[in-house]
Each structure stands twice: as C-alpha cells, then as structure tokens.
Design a protein around this ligand. Structure first.
Ligand code: WT7
Length: 658
C-alpha cells in the first residue's frame, strides 16, 4: 500500500447520512449493535430462528475444540427446504424467485413453486446417478438458472457441491475435482459470453483425462447453447433434459445436522495448491440470511435484488443462491458481460426489471466510469434504493461515481468486507443506520467482532494501521480446509494467538472506522479475481522454454492489478530472444500458455525475459523489488540480495523504467 493512498484515505471527509425514509422503515436499527454486544450468542440464536429447523437447536457455539467451531450443533435442517419449499408452503409459490436474462436476450421467470419442482426433479436425477449424502458433486457451469438449481439439488441431498468458476481451465478443474474426490460433474455444453457461445463441456472432457479424476462416474450436461458439436462418452455423459425432465417433481427433503458439509469452494493461496474452503449448514445459512436481510434492508414483497457476481465465487454462493432465496427474495440472474451487446446493458436490465438493490464489485464500477457518465444517464435507474460493493477496497472516486451516477446522489452504498473463508459479510455499513464514508467498510456487523492489530497482536489505536483480525468465532466461518486441518490452523490461526488472521492490511480512522488496504501477501487482484502468484509461476515454468518465473501484481488503473511476470529462459530460447521478433513471439506463446493452463484471467499482461531474479540468501525470490520495478518506483532495500547487480539488469530490460 503506497503512502499516497494512505494519505488520500486520511483526507476523506465526505459523510453521507442514511436517507430518512429508509432509516424510518429499516429492517435493522442501531439497537442491533447493542443487543449483540450484550449477548452475542443470544443474538445469533435469535437469528437462527429466521430459518425453519426440523430439530430446533438448543446449543449455539461449541468452541471447546477451538478453532474448529460448531454452531447450533444439535439442530437439524434442510437448506433447500429453507430456500424454496417453505416459501411455497407460506403461500408465496407465485412469487418470482429468478428473473433470468440470458446474454442473447432470452428470458425466463421462475417462481418459487416452479423452483421447487425443478429442484425436486434435479434431486431425483442425482439420486438416479447414485449421489448420496456426503458425496461431492463438482459444478462447472455458466450463469443460468440450472446452476442455482443444481446447487440446491445437492444441498437437498446433503451432497456437498464444489462449484468451479466456468472461466477456469481444464487443469484447474481437474485439480479441484481431484482434491474433493468428486463423483459427479454437472456442466453445460456452453454459455454465452461477449456475444458468442463459449464451450464448457470440452474442458470437462479434458479434465477427466487427468490422473486423480477417475472417480467421476457421471457428467450431467445442460443444453444451453445447442451450437457445439460436443463429444459424448456413453455411459458417463447424460443430458440434463433427458434425465431430469422425466423425474417426479415432488421430493421430500431430509433434514441434516447443522454441521453437515454444505459446500467446498476453492480459493487461491500464496503457496501450494488452492485451498478447499469448507462451509457447513446451519450457521452458514443463518448468517447469509441475516446479513442479506440486514445489509440490503431487503423487503421481499417489493424489492428486486440483483447481484452481478458469478456463482462460481463465494459472492454468488452466499448472495445469489443461499442468502436471497432463504429470504424469499425476487432476484435477477444475468448470464453475460456488462458490455454485450452495448455498454449500457446493466442499466437496461435495472430499468427493465425495476431493480431496487444492486450488488457489484469496484472493478465493474471502474469499467463503467471509463465508459462514460452518459451511458447510465440514458436509463431510468430511479428504482434503485440500496447499492452494494464487494471484492476489494473501493476507491473513494469510484464510490462517489457509483452514488452519483447510479444512485441519483441519494442511495446509500454498503461496502461489504468479507471473504470466501468468512462465508458471509463481516464488516459493512447498515443502510438505515450508518453515516457512510466513501471507501470505508467502517465497522463489524452486529454479532461480529473485528479489529486491527499491529505485528505484536496489540490492538492499534484510532489512526493506526496494521492487520485486520476477527476476534470471536462467527456462524458462517469456514470449518476447515478440506482434508487439511493443519493448513487451516497454519493459515488463519497461527499468526496471532486466538485471533483469525484475514491476510488484509487495514487501518482505523479517528472515529475508529476500519479502512481495508488490500492483501498483505502475494495474491494478486485482477479485475476482482484473486489470483495466486505461485499458480501463475508454476504455469510458466511448466512451459518447456522457461526455467524460472517470478510473478507480481503491478498497480493497474483498469484491473486493480495487472500480472507482470519475470522469466528466466532456458538456454536455447534465451539465445532466440536476442532477435526482437522471435522474442515477442515467445512472449505471446507464454501468455497463451498461462491462459491455457489457468484460464484467460490469469494471462500475464507483461512478460519480461531476464537473466536473473533477485533472491535472498535463503533462495527466496524478493517479489517486493520486482513490484517496485514494475511500478516504476525507486528500489527499496536491496542489501539482503545475493547479488544486487541483478536489479540493474532487470531495470535495464524494462522500457518504462529506463
Ligand atoms: C478478499 C477476499 C467477499 C467475496 C469476494 C471476494 C478483499 C473483499 C472487500 C471490501 C476491501 C475487500 C479482501 C478479502 N475484499 N471485500 N469490501 N473491501 N477488500 O472473496 O476471493 O475470498 O477474497 O477480498 O482482500 O480478504 P475472496
């Protein structure tokens, strides 16, 4: 974090009180903070009663085996029942659950009653494919209703799903199938992205040729594009419309223990393979339901909610599938990109469905800023009453643009800080309570305990900076890393005794409000996606011409960070690159290689062949120095380098630093 942005944060003096009418009718008032502060566990027990339990829990938190938490452990419930059936039983069957908008413009409105029938059929189909409670199911899908239906069908059967983002490569999918030992993969022939059908099934076919995926016995394929001449393996591949449609549309859900696994979701780490974050049932659903109700002030009878995230990320899990549906919300589900077929597509959707609550990411807001104020101005956005942001710190400029051009200078913005690991929102303003500050997530939600500590774990005073920590367990917290309890302890609970280490830098302002300052480790943030430097390095080194690679995220106005790679070539290739054309050809080849290995999102923006990399005496690459070079800064301390002259050689290579 540069000094300049710290200085900007300190200077932020703009304040926006909640709109009076929203405050007057808000779902949650300031009293919630007091109630939760007085009796945190009692507060969460009360929120758990938002759900329909088959066996009502008498226990709240069991922290006897800390930091392995159990919440509501003697309760039993079915997540799909809570998200679908109970609304139908409560007479809301005709309410639209999902307004689906395909990228090509096709639409479907699915009511809660229809959703119940579709989820029931899908559950029966999974049973026919041999899926039983506890079996893992991988889901590799575009953004279509069947994705949500597939997740709910798994939840209904107690079969933990592992959703893999549809933009990931076959190798990334194979790694995740292998780690979770998935038995069934649910996919589609493809989906629509940027005006074209983009295939998915070939990546599944390729993934299933990789070692460690042998236990996948069925691939269930939704026909979405119908345009691909797709390969078919009889006995393994099954069309969704063939097996699902002929099932009964009635299915009696079974209640599972509150701590029954609900899903695994992989998140990139700085070192080693991706971490399978494990979430369970009762505590998770309690917190996503409560936070969706509280932070968005959701009025399910009248609101039209829209979260623009992909369901392959945790935001989609918690705030497309589980939070909104558990609350009986009506929501928009959009398949495609914001600029297809034109840069006003999102605002056209807001106008068309009368969206009242919009939840998106700073990177998308910055893209819209770049496209121009005149684009949203062409649409009627007056239905909007709450705007949300998630995924990275939102710059005050982007926050102000969002409020002014999307929110008519009146709509509250809730900047929600949380993580795949936290499962649900942790820090955020409340729209009817908080006087907001552009760029700050401000404070822990009711029932959540967070603070900022220094290197020695001492809480910093107001005005101080350090690391964000969570000081008490929370219902939606991850339970472990799938198959690796030790890594769970090492990653989150070993940095500061008894406190959860989030890996984010943060500071407190003079009022004690919290400002997030980005990751303290090496994970890069590219267009809202966290990407591990190690994974990109490993992909580069897997190319026969590359000997070694170091990857850093360099600040980039468009994508937050751009991937910048320094590579040491193998002998023959190094000689080739002295010829300028051959050199740029190789760089293109390496970029394509990373894209093929990890998906296009991980493709480096720049690749620089260098003779040496800066290393410490113990052999660790000093990425900090490479970041200085990539961002055209003066070098920091180089004294711990084995050979400080390598930095001169590297800088000489870089046109912009010359
Ligand atoms: C990391 C978690 C939470 C769902 C999407 C990302 C960053 C997230 C904010 C925010 C500042 C934020 C943090 C966090 N982050 N929201 N409102 N302000 N930073 O989930 O991929 O697990 O990433 O995203 O660095 O640790 P994730």
């Amino acid at each position: 974090m540069s000094n300049e942005s710290l200085a900007n944060l300190l200077k932020e003096e703009r304040r926006f009180p909640p709109p009076a009418d929203l405050a007057a009718h808000a779902n949650v008032t300031a009293a919630a903070y007091e109630q939760a502060a007085g009796d945190r566990l009692g507060f969460w027990a009360e929120q758990a009663a938002r759900l329909s339990w088959e066996t009502t829990p008498t226990q709240t938190l069991d922290w006897s085996n800390a930091p392995f938490a159990k919440w509501f452990a003697d309760g039993k419930l079915n997540v799909a029942y809570n998200c679908v059936d109970r609304h139908v039983e409560n007479g809301l069957g005709d309410r639209v659950a999902i307004h689906f908008e395909g990228e090509p413009g096709d639409t479907r409105a699915i009511t809660y009653a229809e959703l119940q029938r579709k989820v029931s059929k899908a559950a029966h189909a999974l049973i026919e494919l041999g899926v039983r409670a506890g079996d893992r199911v991988a889901i590799y899908m575009p953004m279509i209703p069947e994705t949500v239906i597939a997740m709910l069908a798994c939840a209904r059967l107690g079969a933990p799903h592992s959703v893999v983002f549809g933009g990931f490569s076959a190798d990334a999918l194979a790694t995740r199938i292998n780690d979770a030992d998935a038995r069934v993969v649910i996919t589609a022939d493809g989906g629509y992205r940027r005006g074209k059908a983009s295939a998915l099934k070939p990546a599944v076919d390729e993934a299933l040729t990789r070692p460690g995926t042998e236990n996948v016995r069925s691939v269930l394929v939704v026909r979405r594009t119908g345009q691909e001449d797709i390969a078919w393996q009889d006995g393994r591949d099954v069309w969704w419309h063939e097996i699902v449609e002929r099932q009964s549309d009635r299915h009696t859900p079974e209640a599972f223990d509150a701590e029954h696994p609900l899903f695994i979701l992989y998140t990139s780490g700085t070192t080693g393979k991706p971490k399978g974050i494990l979430h369970t049932t009762g505590g998770y659903l309690t917190q996503v339901s409560y936070t969706h109700h509280a932070v968005f002030d959701l009025k399910p009878e009248t609101d039209v909610y829209w979260c623009t995230a992909d369901v392959g990320w945790v935001t989609g899990h918690s705030y497309i599938t589980y939070g909104p549906l558990s609350n009986g919300a009506t929501q928009v589900l959009y398949e495609g990109t914001p600029d297809t077929p034109h840069q006003g597509r999102w605002w056209e959707i807001v106008q068309k469905y009368g969206v009242t609550i919009l939840y998106t990411a700073p990177t998308a807001i910055r893209a819209c800023m770049k496209w121009g104020d005149d684009i949203p101005a062409k649409f009627d956005l007056s239905s909007l009453r709450v705007l949300g942001s998630v995924g990275e710190p939102i710059n005050p400029e982007a926050w102000m643009w969002y409020r002014k051009h999307i929110g008519a200078d009146a709509t509250p913005i809730v900047d929600t800080w949380w993580q795949t690991e936290t499962g649900a929102m942790m820090l955020s303003p409340l729209p009817g309570v908080t006087e907001t500050k552009p760029g700050s997530a401000q404070r822990a939600l009711p029932g959540i305990s967070a603070t900022v500590v220094d290197d020695e774990a001492n809480e910093v005073p107001n005005g101080g900076g350090g690391y964000l920590v969570l000081t008490e367990p929370w219902p939606a917290m991850l339970r472990t890393i799938w198959g690796d309890d030790q890594r769970y302890l090492d990653t989150y609970w070993s940095r500061f005794e008894g406190k959860y280490f989030a890996g984010d830098g943060a500071k407190k302002d003079d009022d004690g409000d919290i400002w997030l300052l980005g990751r303290v480790d090496d994970v890069m943030l590219v267009s809202g996606h966290n990407i591990s430097t190690t994974e990109v390095e490993s992909a580069l080194v897997s190319h026969p011409k590359v000997a070694e690679a170091a990857v850093v995220g360099a600040a980039d106005p468009q994508t937050t960070q751009a991937i910048c790679a320094f590579v040491i070539l193998r002998g023959g290739a190094a000689a080739e690159t002295s010829d300028a054309d051959a050199g740029s050809g190789l760089v293109e080849e390496l970029r394509a290689h990373v894209s093929q290995q990890l998906g296009p999102i991980a493709k480096p923006k720049r690749i620089l062949p260098v003779a040496e990399l800066p290393k410490t005496r113990s052999g660790k690459i000093m990425r900090r120095l490479l970041r200085d070079v990539a961002e055209n800064r003066d070098l920091g301390d180089v004294t711990t380098l084995t050979d400080s002259s390598v930095m001169d050689l590297i800088q000489a290579k870089l046109p912009s630093a010359a």
